[in-house]
Ligand binder design. Structure first.
Ligand SMILES: *[C@@H]1O[C@H](CO)[C@@H](O)[C@H](O)[C@H]1NC(C)=O
Ligand SMILES: *[C@@H]1O[C@H](CO)[C@@H](O)[C@H](O)[C@H]1NC(C)=O
Ligand SMILES: *[C@@H]1O[C@H](CO)[C@@H](O)[C@H](O)[C@H]1NC(C)=O
Length: 361
């Protein structure tokens, strides 16, 4: 295949992704192209990916949350039969998965986050009734799901961040954020944001503020960024990235700066990276990754280096991974995964190894 037709194919695929983002094509998409049940573990001490137990059900657009028990809870997503309620728990000591109680609502692209109580809050996402407004809580001690208050508005694409107060900030789909209080089980009145975003990132800074950057708003890719200050419950628009990007990844470094990697923009998939310095409110271009990636994951290793895993690029789903060293500012290729995958999850285990689950290929 010529390079041009590869690009055309990628852009065609991207139109489908964009449709997914707007929620309009949900029911028409057949995700059976290759949804994965397989899981792999990265051991940075030997630079090796190794297969571990497979999930009972192939899934993508799911979430994975590290529980206080050191086990990993995988929730919902899309599989061969559509949106899913099913959940599974991975035990790192045995390498096995157990199917557990299902949620009430089938959902994908939802947010899931560990609360201070050890329970897990699941919010929003896409489902059979389109955009979801409802939320559920999983209690690992009783292995049961319970309903909790609905958000004020449906959010098919959202981020969730636990603040230092223990409250959960959700952003996305509309130009507002809302705060969930786990003590009362209620959502506070929404706070206005400058921009409605999907495919954006949200990162808790050392100051306790939250940086939201990029994403797309009705087909426009965004460079803009906003910061949430919990002490005033207000958003401020801050300086913008150099490049408009969506479906990128963002992660806090040990230095307090935020590393933004890849994504997709107006013309192409991106390998470029930018670093945000909260102390100066400035963005800096830094060394690009070795591959264009969107729908990839970034994970901080125990060394403070950042592992970027798989994702989607010009050649389709990727099996490569690479590591950023903040002390040299360089990316180095790391081992290849057994399987190409995007829309997967990556979770740092207590052992320091990284568990990657599911996705598509
Ligand atoms: C999706 O595609 C698979 C394989 O081609 C097919 O068996 C299945 O019925 C399709 N599902 C839907 C909902 O169209
Ligand atoms: C939450 O939203 C769902 C779906 O719109 C609705 O059926 C349900 O009654 C709502 N629950 C509450 C407690 O408002
Ligand atoms: C950063 O990179 C982008 C494209 O990758 C470029 O358009 C921009 O001019 C660069 N900014 C600086 C300050 O070099």
């Amino acid at each position: 295949m010529s390079m041009n037709s590869l690009v055309a194919l990628s852009l065609l695929t991207w139109t489908i992704f964009t449709g997914v983002e707007s929620g309009s094509l949900n029911s028409r998409i057949n995700v059976s192209a290759g949804v994965l049940a397989s899981s792999e573990i990265f051991d940075s001490s030997v630079n090796q990916w190794k297969a571990t137990g497979s999930m009972a059900t192939p899934r993508e657009y799911h979430t994975a949350t590290l529980l206080n028990s050191d086990k990993i809870l995988v929730i919902g997503g899309e599989g061969f039969a559509g949106y899913m309620t099913s959940c599974e728990i991975y035990d790192p000591s045995t390498g096995q998965w157990d199917v557990i109680a299902s949620m009430k609502t089938a959902r994908a692209d939802h947010a899931a986050i560990l609360l201070g109580s050890g329970k897990v809050l699941v919010a929003g996402g896409r489902g059979y009734s389109e955009s979801l407004i409802n939320c559920e809580i999983y209690d690992p001690l009783t292995s049961k799901w319970h309903p909790t208050a609905n958000m004020s508005i449906a959010r098919p694409h959202l981020t969730a961040t636990v603040l230092n107060s223990g409250k959960v900030l959700v952003t996305g789909s509309v130009a507002s954020s809302e705060l969930y209080d786990p003590v009362t089980g209620h959502w506070q009145t929404p706070t206005r944001m400058a921009t409605a975003r999907s495919g954006h990132s949200a990162t808790l800074l050392k100051s306790g503020k939250v940086l939201v950057t990029g994403g797309s708003d009705v087909g426009n890719y965004l460079t803009s960024s906003e910061i949430y200050d919990p002490s005033t419950d207000q958003w401020d628009t801050i300086s913008s990235m150099s490049t408009a990007r969506s479906s990128h990844a963002a992660i806090l470094l040990g230095s307090g700066k935020v590393l933004v990697t890849g994504g997709v923009g107006y013309s192409d998939f991106m390998a470029t990276c930018e670093l945000y310095d909260p102390s100066t409110d400035k963005w800096h271009n830094i060394t690009s990754m070795t591959a264009e990636r969107c729908y990839h994951t970034t994970t901080m290793l125990k060394s403070g280096k950042i592992l970027a895993t798989a994702g989607y690029g010009y050649t389709g789903d990727l099996d490569s991974s690479e590591i950023y060293d903040p002390s040299t500012g360089q990316w180095d290729r790391s081992a290849k995964l057994a399987t190409t995958r995007s829309y997967h999850t990556a979770t740092m285990l207590t052992s320091g190894k990284v568990l990657v689950t599911g996705g598509e290929n």
